[in-house]
Design a protein around this ligand. Structure first.
Ligand code: GDP
Length: 366
């Protein structure tokens, strides 16, 4: 599956957020009774009302949402790149995730100690980012040394790699993350980024953790985070982790009531999950049978047979064609049969790129 790591300084609300994410999934789901596979890894359902609209049409026995994993990566402190705290362990955990949710403290609460003595979201963001930049710089420099030695033989390929490494090094030395610069890199640069699994080349969302009051109107801290993130082109999600934790404990009906009282349309967690999805460039397609209506996740650009492989490798292997109905058509027409009669069911072959919102029936040879 695809996953998103939760990082941030101590005491900013990471575990509160992680627990809310995993326990609310648990409360809503009979499908994933063991949401927490490891203490710090949680499988979270992706909220998508289209799934339930399809279920109203098809009336299946079972409805199964798609999921995304969140990983609580605790323990980052200043000096982590030099092995402070659980530094190296922490950084190894980040290497394993596809995207990063960077939780930033945007609430003032004298009862909650701040590791650096005061609330200052930009300083906090820069503290974390600096550790990641330093670690990447270490990886890049080590590689440069190795390649430079080999390049003395005059190998052109190595020279190109060396140049790419130097370009990336310059970005890092300017204190910047690589991700916002990925577009500027050529093929060689992108290869280097991938091979070294650079930490700062992962997409980031900033999660501004605020007090309840700031949910309605941004406080100064949130404004600062938004301004900072805009420069990187990174998204910001504002939540109150404390409220999310309370919401997560409630039964669906009570939860609706509480949301209404708070003046919220949905839990803030939904936005975090959806943003994670977007960062990873994921899309959702649906299968809609009498037994089960189900949402599936693939990377944007995935072809029909590989999408089928998500369901079962046999379907990928024996793929004949995909019968595709647009979600909007299915809902408007009210049944799969009606869509067929109106010619709204397309037959697609193995080169078809699955689109977000496709409702698909795969034909395959056994
Ligand atoms: P972590 O170290 O980043 O995992 O932080 P925790 O989730 O353990 O939170 C640290 C403390 O901050 C706990 O006492 C939380 O109850 C508190 N906290 C977390 N989110 C909020 C919030 O939105 N508002 C306030 N006032 N306190 C919060």
């Amino acid at each position: 599956g695809f996953n998103c790591g939760i990082v941030g300084l101590p005491n900013v609300g990471k575990s509160t957020l992680f627990n809310a994410l995993t326990s609310s999934a648990k409360a809503e789901s009979a499908n994933y009774p063991f949401c927490t596979i490891e203490p710090n890894v949680g499988i979270v359902e992706v909220p998508d009302e289209r799934l339930y609209k399809i279920a109203e049409v098809v009336k299946p026995k079972k409805v199964t949402p798609t999921t995304i994993e969140f990983v609580d990566i605790a323990g980052l402190v200043k000096g982590a790149s030099k092995g402070e705290g659980l530094g190296n362990q922490f950084l190894a955990n980040i290497r394993g995730v596809d995207a990063i949710a960077h939780v930033v403290r945007c609430f003032a609460d004298d009862n909650v100690v701040h590791v650096d003595g005061s609330v200052d979201p930009i300083r906090d963001i820069e503290t974390i980012n600096l550790e990641l930049v330093l670690k990447d710089l270490e990886s890049v420099e080590r590689r440069i040394q190795k390649v430079a030695k080999q390049a003395k033989s005059g190998d052109k390929k190595l020279k190109a790699e060396l140049e790419a490494l130097e370009r990336i090094k310059a970005i890092l030395e300017a204190g910047e993350r690589v991700y916002p610069h990925l577009k500027e890199l050529d093929e060689e640069g992108k290869k280097v980024v991938k091979e070294l699994a650079l930490l700062t080349a992962k997409p980031v969302m900033y999660v501004a953790n605020v007090d309840e009051e700031a949910l309605f109107e941004d406080n100064e801290f949130v404004r600062q985070v938004k301004e900072f993130a805009a420069k990187e082109g990174a998204p910001v999600v504002k939540i109150c982790a404390k409220v999310e934790a309370e919401l997560a404990e409630l039964e669906p009906e009570e939860r609706k009531e509480f949301l209404k009282e708070l003046g919220l349309k949905e839990p803030g967690l939904n936005a975090v999950i959806r943003e994670g999805y977007r960062l990873l460039d994921l899309i959702t397609f649906f299968t809609a049978g009498e037994q089960e209506v189900r949402a599936w996740t693939v990377k944007r650009g995935t072809k029909a047979p590989q999408a089928a492989g998500k369901i079962h490798s046999d379907i990928e292997r024996g793929f004949i064609r995909a019968e595709v109905i647009r979600y909007e058509d299915l809902i408007r027409e009210g049944s799969i049969q009606a869509c067929k009669e109106k010619g709204l069911m397309r037959l697609e072959g193995k080169d078809y790129e699955v689109q977000d919102g496709d409702v698909i029936y795969f034909r395959f040879n056994v």
